[in-house]
Design a protein. Structure first.
Length: 767
């Protein structure tokens, strides 16, 4: 059975890593160390003796080497003990550089995450240390070559010439560096590395070759007020509200798309820097990181570091160390930015706080937004949660007074001068949204994936030399391959889900296990030849646009085309340069992007996720449509949004059409309250997997019975729902069942769950 999810007890009951012949050593010479590797439920702290040569040199948070079974592992000191009741322990094997490790507030946050999410402490703390640093813990870490951290990179005359004459086409990363700086102008090295996912070594080579140069940044971030635009009245009020409530207050900054939330963040961060404090800024997607890094680096040159998993290990380690040393003071990135080792954070910002990607999908299954709120409490600093479409649970907290609600209800006009226009002309209206009923299109004989209104609008955008976004949250060319004679559907033999056809590769692909097959010429079941490709994904949308508007330049942005480092930035830059007219994409294009020439946003099929068996389906649909609609109307050009749907009267679509969060919130909360879903309760999802379905079924039923008994024995107000097959019942030949625990307090029964099961506390979906 799984051990309690509470933080593990102190020394005497810790497990022993392994034993030697040495008997009970002298007192006051022991440490508790958590090995930084995946150990499952055993991943708590272990007792080690401090050898004489390290005595007085080990502190809590220190990174050390420890023997573990037959290996030597990196570990973190989490406690120092005067004595132990264990008969035999092993010695700490060594330590890393003495300035490497975690800050005290990071350890406290790690313990909370382990307890709250029933996760092994080893998994949590390992997520806080760069992998390269864990692997090289016993070796001195090489110092970084380069500038001071406060200078900018720019092209030299030789670099411009090399870019024009193609002398370096065979060095794609170096070419990408030069192209980036050619577009962006002088930029911090951090911004270049964030955009490309790597490049530090290539930057040094280009500097050595004279193709790049470093120049001192003028007007550093500490004097950044001179660089900031004049804030609108609503922005000024939001900033004043944060300044007026120091301490661990949580603020929900609810601002419509394009309302200038980032300017509020930067004003608060400037305050922190003036006090000698740092800041953590989280964005939901790696795709948004380069843009965020560029904006913050422009305002605070030389002080921004980026943390995300797509960086090379060397660059990730270098950024981590620059934050810990104080060389950089602003950490920007997705979930992992929360673990930035800043000595004195002064604020935590969670942009697009509603986004489900803030929830980690594997152990430790923490929610970075909620962990950020806890970190603010630990440090007694403000946390700012920003969104145009807040998670209803977050908005509920703000309405009840648990969080402070700040509103940015309008889009201010931002002229090139950097000043906000005053009066009624200083506010830009939201783009009108039109919903097209696809049932009526079918009745009119239109079987295209584009309604007549959307196709006409695409033609008009192309004629006007503007740009359009087309959103469909589904990849591929066809979502199902079907035999019209017998009804056979091509499915993955390993996962029991339909295979998706990708015409560019002429392959059927499983989006769960990535199995790839050739499309059938005849039906495997009845040998008929009437094979048809049904449904549509982003690739099919691109093909249809190219067929209907042959001269249009069409670009695609989804997971299938962003596998290489720097792909997100290259796609965004291509569209921003107007080297493409129409951008087709999945949810990657719905948030954080600002393209002034976009005058049309089309939602090809709004119903894709609306009817999934998940209580958040309506909320997700409202958020996606509202966010993608917000990509239109970012300039003085007249814009429109066209949403295609088979269920146009659903309240989530109607609220999105009217840009009406309050209307959506009221109806969604009525549904949540009547159905007993969060925020009126809490949930935990238990997932069991097995290759044998009969054995899995028995295990799931036994666990449900054990949980029900435990709840009754303890007199708890909890409900067990299930067990049942998961929405995707099989992945890569492994069957999946799940059950849900609903009620309060969840932690009271999680100790009944066996160690081989996965626990997802506060899940963001039930699929």
């Amino acid at each position: 059975m799984r051990e309690s999810s509470r933080p593990p007890p102190l020394p005497d009951s810790r497990p022993v890593s392994s034993v030697t012949d040495q008997r009970r050593p002298p007192a006051d010479r022991f440490v508790q160390v958590v090995p930084l590797t995946r150990l499952g439920p055993a991943g708590s702290a272990y007792t080690y003796r401090i050898p004489d040569d390290l005595r007085g040199r080990l502190t809590i948070g220190q990174l050390v080497r420890v023997p573990f079974q037959s290996r030597t592992l990196a570990g973190l000191v989490v406690d120092v003990a005067a004595d132990t009741s264990l008969d035999r322990v092993r010695d700490v094997a060594g330590l890393a550089e003495e300035d490497l490790g975690l800050q005290p507030h990071q350890l406290e946050l790690g313990r909370w995450i382990a307890a709250h999410y029933a996760a092994p402490l080893s998994d949590v703390l390992a997520a806080m240390i760069p992998p390269r640093l864990r692997a090289r813990v016993a070796k001195p870490v090489a110092a970084r070559a380069g500038g001071t951290g406060t200078d900018l990179l720019s092209l030299s005359d030789e670099g411009r010439a090399a870019l024009q004459n193609g002398g370096i086409r065979r060095a794609p990363v170096r070419l990408a560096v030069l192209e980036y700086l050619s577009r962006s102008g002088p930029s911090p090295e951090t911004a270049v590395v964030a955009a490309l996912g790597r490049g530090r070594e290539q930057i040094r080579a280009l500097l050595d070759a004279g193709l790049l140069r470093r120049e001192e940044a003028a007007g550093l971030a500490r004097a950044s007020a001179t660089l900031a635009p004049q804030l609108s009245q609503a922005q000024q009020e939001a900033v004043a509200a944060v300044r007026a409530r120091p301490g661990s207050t949580v603020f929900l900054l609810h601002g419509v798309t394009g309302s200038g939330k980032t300017e509020v963040y930067m004003a608060i961060i400037a305050d922190c820097l003036a006090r000698g404090e740092g800041a953590i800024v989280m964005v939901p997607e790696i795709a948004l990181t380069p843009q965020a890094v560029k904006r913050f680096s422009d305002r605070f040159p030389g002080l921004v570091a980026v943390l995300h998993s797509s960086l090379s290990e060397a660059d990730r380690q270098a950024e981590w160390q620059s934050l810990r040393s104080g060389e950089k003071q602003i950490a920007v990135g997705p979930r992992s930015a929360l673990f930035a080792p800043l000595p004195r954070p002064g604020v935590v910002v969670v942009d697009e706080e509603h986004d489900p990607s803030y929830k980690q999908g594997e152990s430790p299954r923490y929610h970075a937004r909620d962990a950020a709120v806890r970190l603010g409490s630990i440090l007694n600093i403000p946390v700012i949660l920003g969104s145009a479409t807040p998670d209803v649970s977050t908005y509920y907290q703000a309405r009840r007074g648990g969080y402070v609600l700040l509103e940015l209800p309008d889009r201010p006009v931002w002229p090139h001068s950097g000043q906000v226009q005053s009066g009624e002309d200083g506010i830009r209206s939201m783009p009108p949204v039109e919903i097209v009923d696809l049932r009526q299109e079918l009745k009119a004989g239109n079987r295209s994936i584009f309604s007549r209104a959307l196709l006409d609008a695409l033609h008009e955008v192309f004629r006007s030399r503007h740009q359009a976004l087309l959103f469909l949250n589904r990849r591929g060319s066809a979502t199902a391959v079907v035999c019209r004679d017998c009804g056979y559907v091509a499915t993955c033999d390993r996962c029991d889900i339909p295979l998706t056809y990708h015409s560019s590769r002429d392959r059927l692909i499983c989006h769960r296990c990535d199995r790839r097959l050739s499309p059938p010429d005849s039906c495997p079941a009845c040998h008929g030849t009437r094979i048809r490709y049904l449904g549509a994904g982003t690739q099919r949308v691109v093909e249809e646009v190219e067929r209907l508007i042959p001269t249009a330049r069409v670009l695609r942005w989804d997971r299938d085309v962003t596998g290489r480092r720097g792909a997100h930035e290259r796609i965004a830059a291509t569209f921003d340069r107007h080297d493409a007219d129409i951008l087709v994409g999945t949810q990657m294009i719905t948030k954080g992007l600002d393209f002034p020439l976009v005058t049309l946003v089309g939602v090809v099929l709004a119903d894709v996720g609306l009817h999934l068996p998940d209580f958040r389906a309506g909320e997700r649909t409202f958020q996606l449509i509202t966010q993608v609609a917000g990509r239109a109307g970012r300039s003085h050009l007249a814009s429109r949004v066209i949403v295609q749907a088979y269920t146009p009267h659903h309240y989530a679509l109607q609220a999105a059409m009217n840009h009406d969060y309050w209307s959506f919130y009221r109806q969604e909360m009525t549904f949540r309250h009547e159905s007993g879903y969060p925020p009126f309760t809490r949930m935990a999802r238990i997932i069991l997997r097995d290759r044998r379905l009969d054995r899995l079924t028995e295990r799931a039923q036994d666990l449900a019975a054990a949980l029900t008994r435990s709840i009754a024995d303890r007199g708890l107000d909890l409900e067990v729902m299930g067990p049942a097959p998961a929405f995707v019942a099989r992945v890569n030949e492994v069957h999946q069942w799940h059950l849900i625990i609903r009620g309060l307090p969840l932690e009271s029964v999680l100790d009944v769950v066996p160690s081989e099961a996965a626990i997802d506390v506060d899940p963001v979906d039930l699929l």
